[in-house]
Design a protein around this ligand. Structure first.
Ligand SMILES: NC(=O)c1ccc[n+]([C@@H]2O[C@H](COP(=O)([O-])OP(=O)(O)OC[C@H]3O[C@@H](n4cnc5c(N)ncnc54)[C@H](O)[C@@H]3O)[C@@H](O)[C@H]2O)c1
Length: 344
């Protein structure tokens, strides 16, 4: 049996507690041995409940030679610095999305991962959702014919119902998040479309707006709570990405891809996460057991990629194009102009 991977978690908030930690604990190839959070009590609470050590500084955690891999689950603004520090300390890194808050930081992260020879994965869990994996395969088989357009949406009621920060979370603070719904949710779908279409974005026209979220002082927050973008791919396929923190009913997390032979509806119907409806009226419906859908698959992918020293679709280098399109979207929203991209 392969040696277990000894893991530590940096940033012990909602995503660490709800996804990373449960999936590490359920993975027989992993020992969770450490935690760090700027708020020490959060690291201590996890250490007490699940075992392992709560470090008082990041440097102390990274200096511990037993730790070979870390999850970086801190605020957006700190992703690059913490991930780079961890890579330089010889750790493999699974970093939360969005990868970083500037294009130069994204490039530097990939460069340092190459130099150190350590894995750097970005948690684009949408790529691994079973319906997206199946859609990817069907698209490669050409089932939809010639691809034409898409529309994709990710919206919920906002991070204040999710983050450990409660009603006024760091997500609303531009200094810590850089941007709002587009950074939090839009990046998932921009990246998903690049993955599903196996193509690069060539141009974007986007709008961001702050429509409804308020700070405690009654002012609208300093980042967008809604974003809408039109994205054009190299093949000529084009469509819309909508990201929203103001869907106060049920969340929406769907993607439609239209081709010359029909339409693929992904996560549009709760019963059938993937449906293909052909122009001749034929339907194909796909379902997966809940157990397969419940785990993000990201932790298993991170650990296997370390143990088998193999490439992964979550490799940071593969996410660069998504980040370039994300920053282009912000530029377009700022200037009102269509922004063209030169592939990284
Ligand atoms: N992949 C996904 O689907 C997904 C879902 C939710 C959140 N996220 C991402 O995960 C990251 C964390 O979000 P969250 O929802 O857990 O937020 P959160 O507010 O619930 O928790 C953040 C935690 O990080 C700690 N922290 C902040 N800066 C730190 C630093 N420099 N060093 C150590 N600890 C620090 C905070 O004290 C807090 O405990 C964000 O980048 C977010 O975009 C990803």
């Amino acid at each position: 049996m392969k040696e277990k991977v000894k893991v530590a978690i940096i940033g012990c908030g909602a995503i660490a507690q709800k996804r990373h930690l449960p999936e590490y604990l359920a993975n027989p190839a992993v020992d969770v041995v450490g935690y760090f959070d700027n708020n020490l009590s959060r690291a201590q609470a996890l250490a007490q409940q699940y075992g392992g050590h709560a470090y008082t500084t990041l440097a102390a955690l990274l200096a511990d030679p037993q730790i070979t891999a870390v999850s970086v689950c801190v605020v957006n603004q700190a992703h690059a610095a913490v991930a780079i520090q961890a890579l330089k300390a010889g750790k493999h890194v699974l970093c939360e999305k969005p990868m970083a808050t500037s294009w130069s930081d994204c490039q530097r992260m990939v460069q340092i991962a190459r130099q150190t020879g350590k894995k750097l994965l970005i948690d684009h869990n949408q790529r691994l959702i079973p319906a997206h994996q199946a859609a990817y395969r069907l698209l490669r088989q050409g089932k939809l014919g010639h691809l034409l357009t898409f529309k994709t949406t990710f919206g919920h009621s906002g991070p204040e119902t999710w983050s450990v920060g409660g009603k006024n979370p760091w997500f609303f603070d531009k200094k810590l998040s850089q941007s709002g719904a587009i950074f939090d949710l839009g990046i998932h779908k921009i990246d998903l479309l690049r993955y599903l279409l196996a193509d690069e974005i060539q141009a974007v026209w986007a709008q961001t707006a702050t429509l409804d979220k308020h700070s405690p002082d009654g002012q609208l927050i300093g980042v967008d709570d809604n974003a809408i973008g039109v994205y054009q791919f190299g093949s000529g396929v084009r469509g819309t990405v909508i990201a929203s923190w103001t869907y106060y009913g049920p969340q929406e997390n769907s993607t439609y891809i239209y081709g010359s032979q029909g339409v693929m509806k992904i996560q549009a119907d709760p019963q059938f996460p993937l449906q293909v409806i052909f122009r001749n009226g034929q339907h194909m419906n796909y379902q997966w057991p809940t157990s397969k859908v419940r785990s993000s698959g990201v932790i298993a992918e991170f650990i296997q990629s370390i143990q088998e020293d193999r490439p992964t679709i979550l490799d940071a280098a593969q996410i660069l194009g998504s980040m370039q399109a994300l920053f282009a979207s912000l530029k377009s929203a700022r200037t009102g102009q269509i922004v063209s991209l030169n592939p990284a």
